[in-house]
Write a protein of this length. Structure first.
Length: 455
């Protein structure tokens, strides 16, 4: 068994045994087990961890041949879209998401599609038995699937199967269940997850295997296990969406082989996940008549505009009123309320304020600001916004309304879906009128409140 040491994540100091407090910097709970590597122990790349390897020859940047990545599309268009065109040889993808959102379903479908295209695939399951995986495959209508399944949680055994089988694509479901027998820490601990992911990443690079790691997310929505996992891998995808609705988004938040913030949209059906190629209207709740506290915005995620309804409820609160948001940043909400008060004279100090992006979608772009503010004022006043109304734009602390990128595309999409009135930042106002859409261009938050009052 390899020797392990404990490194402090705060000061980097080492200790031979685990201690609650770092003997060097006195930080608590900061020691993490790592395998101490004797230098030059470069054995088999599948078995032992390589120590110092001989230096690669020095090259001048201009003389290195730049080769584009060889991509293999999975055939699931929405997944290929977020991956930047398909699986890349030697690429490592981390996919995270809440339990039950559909990670295993999507990856099983993807592996089967790849297998049918002549790729050799391996599905390593650490959470479910082979029988459970087979049951899911039947449900997905994948009878006769040739995907290889390995029910295993020990890293070393996985590596020997990878070596023997040499698949093109391997899925590890999930990285939190994998443990290395070289470490004494429990499976799922930071040390185990980090070490196993690092080892699998090295194998992916050296052997040209595409490895997809499934990761759990914590209650706060971050990937469980060390953050270093996100640094190690080439692509990080997040699965999001409301498990109660059928729509799911897969978002690329890091991609060394493609654009970030690209999204893939799926609908969970009786027979697995189906791609939604024209998703712009799926996040609207269908009100027969306009209701107070609702404002539709156009967000641009990746290459496609999406219309998302923002809902707000402003209600009289207690001595310390609450500010809660679902799908939107809470700090930003607090900031927007301050701007609304200071620059437009609309006060919500003694009110509870709740905001929600409909359909479980998460919106991080500041272009949501205007819609959030308008939904709040609409709820506060108990007056709906006009029928067919949309808004987008960023709001600054000085009360200015800043343009959103690619405003024309957003407006055109809204017009296409039958929206007829828009409030947008001045710089986003169209040069040529867009048919069927009346655009009100605003520069300051005071004007927004004024413009809406007159509608
Ligand atoms: P799963 O892929 O097991 O989620 P994860 O791996 O992210 O935990 O998804 C399970 C959910 O999806 C479960 O609640 C049942 C549902 N589902 C369908 O609706 N249709 C299907 O065809 C399948 C296979 C699952
Ligand atoms: Mg699963």
């Amino acid at each position: 068994m390899a020797k392990t040491t404990f490194n402090c994540s705060e000061c980097g100091g080492t200790s031979a045994k685990w201690l609650g407090q770092c003997p060097h910097c006195r930080a608590w709970n900061s020691l993490i087990e790592t395998v101490a590597e004797p230098a030059g122990s470069g054995k088999n790349r599948f078995g032992a961890r390589p120590g110092l390897t001989p230096a690669s020859p020095l090259m001048t940047l201009a003389n290195i041949e730049a080769s584009d990545f060889e991509r293999t599309p999975s055939g699931l268009d929405e997944l290929d879209r977020v991956l930047g065109g398909g699986m890349v040889e030697g690429g490592v993808v981390l996919i995270g998401g809440d339990p039950g959102i559909g990670k295993s379903t999507l990856l099983l479908q993807a592996l089967d599609a790849l297998q049918r295209r002549g790729q050799k695939t391996l599905y390593v399951t650490g959470e479910e038995s082979g029988a459970q995986v087979a049951l899911r495959a039947r449900r997905l209508g994948l009878e006769g699937s040739q995907v290889q399944v390995l029910a295993e949680t020990e890293l070393e055994k996985m590596l020997s199967t990878l070596q023997a089988e040499r698949p093109h694509v391997a899925v590890i479901d999930s990285i939190q269940t994998v443990y290395s027998n070289q470490l004494t820490s429990a499976p799922g601990s930071v040390a185990q997850v980090r070490e196993c992911a690092a080892h699998l990443t090295r194998v992916a690079k050296s052997e040209g295997v595409t490895i997809v790691l499934v990761g759990h997310v914590t209650k706060e929505g971050a990937l469980a296990g060390p953050r270093v996992l996100e640094h190690m891998v080439d692509t990080v995808l997040y699965f999001e969406g409301d498990t109660h609705s059928s729509f799911r988004l897969v978002r690329a938040i890091k991609n060394r082989f493609g654009a970030v913030n690209e999204i893939g949209v799926f609908a969970m059906t009786e027979k697995g996940l189906k791609g939604v190629s024209n998703p712009s209207a799926i996040f609207l709740s269908q009100h027969a008549e306009p209701v107070p506290g609702s404002c539709v915005m156009v967000t641009l995620e990746g290459s496609r505009p999406l219309l998302v309804e923002i809902q707000a409820l402003v209600d009289s609160g207690g001595p310390s009123p609450r500010r809660l948001s679902v799908g939107l940043d809470r700090d930003r909400l607090a900031m927007l309320l301050a701007v609304l008060h200071r620059h437009a004279g609309v006060a919500c100090m003694d009110q509870d304020v709740f905001v929600n992006a409909v359909g479980g979608v998460r919106i991080s772009e500041p272009a949501a600001d205007l819609a959030v503010l308008l939904a709040i004022t609409s709820s506060l006043r108990g007056r709906p916004l006009p029928k067919g109304f949309i808004a987008f734009g960023e709001v600054g602390l000085a009360g200015e309304v800043r343009p959103a990128p690619r405003g024309q595309e957003r407006l055109k999409e809204a017009a296409k879906l039958g929206f007829s009135v828009a409030v947008v930042p001045k710089a986003n106002a169209p040069k040529k009128p867009i048919e069927g859409l009346t655009v009100h261009a605003v520069e300051r938050i005071e004007q927004v409140v004024e413009a809406v009052r007159g509608l």
